[in-house]
Design a protein around this ligand. Sequence first.
Ligand SMILES: Cc1cc2nc3c(=O)[nH]c(=O)nc-3n(C[C@H](O)[C@H](O)[C@H](O)COP(=O)(O)OP(=O)(O)OC[C@H]3O[C@@H](n4cnc5c(N)ncnc54)[C@H](O)[C@@H]3O)c2cc1C
Length: 380
Amino acid sequence: MSNALLSIEQVQFAESVRSFVEAEITPNAMSWDLQESYPKELFQKFGELGWLGVTVPEAYGGTGGGSVLYALLCAELARGSAGIALGFYVHTALAGAALVHLGDEAQRKRWLPKIVTGVKVGCWAYAEPNAGADVSSVKTRAVPDGDDYVINGTKMYITNAPFADFMIVVAMTNPELGLKGMSVFIVDSDTPGVRVNKPLKKLGMGASEMAEIVFEDCRIPAENRLGPEETGFIRALKVLTLGRIASAAFGVGLGRAAMQESQSYCQRRIQFGGPLTTNQFVRFTLADMATRLEAAWQLCLHSARLADADLPHDQEASMAKLFATETCTWACERALHLCGAEGYMKESPVQRFYRDCKVLEIGEGTSEIQRETIFRQLGV
Ligand SMILES: Cc1cc2nc3c(=O)[nH]c(=O)nc-3n(C[C@H](O)[C@H](O)[C@H](O)COP(=O)(O)OP(=O)(O)OC[C@H]3O[C@@H](n4cnc5c(N)ncnc54)[C@H](O)[C@@H]3O)c2cc1C
């Protein structure tokens, strides 16, 4: 990836992340994937390294490093283990960002210092059995009752739910208003009425853990609402563009890992009297991978730079997310093809990349939703 125009601070940060990932994450990535779990102390380690607070202002214990640093971090982490990167991203770009952007001063002071140190780990509970691409079909209800809200409903496919200490929950407060009738709440996982069902089995992202969450007459204080009632989620949609930048970086990191593995296989694999890299098809495939991943990275960096400059970047973040995640899927498929049977074996990291990549096109707004967002801003 071309980082030539990054500042010295940004390059050094990326190098320090890469060293840590190569020493502590990559060697364990395969076994954590197979075990479908990883040591949760990693969150505290990430906290000590300052990684959980990159996008959190210093006033709340973060480093305020910004979106470019965060993109560098996500790309390097995804290169080592996409499953770990997924859990990290949900905690920081979704749960943490909700507090930063929607929380009032008291809520930020109460929660953010614990989030940036990894003492409390969060999840983002939006999706439901019948609410995916269509946000307005959320059925979970939060009904005011005195100084409390009472939540009822089911959340589905929630990453980090099996071990999260708190949940950011999207619930309908006024169903008649549809999308505008939703609010966002922070809920302690041990609140009576919260049930986390057994972890769900997935195709990829093995290390990350997900589950269904059921809320049954779960009573929380009204002070746990993030942002004003009925505009909270609209605001959340606007401020959570960080998640799209992170997904783009994620796609670039994972795509780069797949490219590296296939490149080294093709260099060492001898067929027809020479290494596979002597074939034009192989050379062109690797050249196309390098080109598309570079383009994806530059789109990602561009949207991150706009975000750091406080300039509009909604469309750019969608473009970066769309292009980088589709490029990642393409690169992982090509990498597996280039690695032949060896890449198809369970011991090969390439088969893991192939299983991990697809969800990047599905989560954080599917490719179709990104295309809609981009189209809406064309002025047609
Ligand atoms: C590994 C993983 C982790 C996840 N983690 C979380 C999490 O932590 N928190 C959370 O809230 N959710 C999470 N999700 C769920 C995620 O939010 C949803 O998968 C996502 O919102 C898409 O919803 P859906 O899967 O129900 O797809 P559906 O809504 O059923 O859509 C299916 C397909 O139809 C397409 N489609 C739908 N409507 C249209 C349209 N109008 N025009 C064109 N195409 C359309 C979609 O783009 C998609 O390709 C996770 C999912 C996975 C797989």
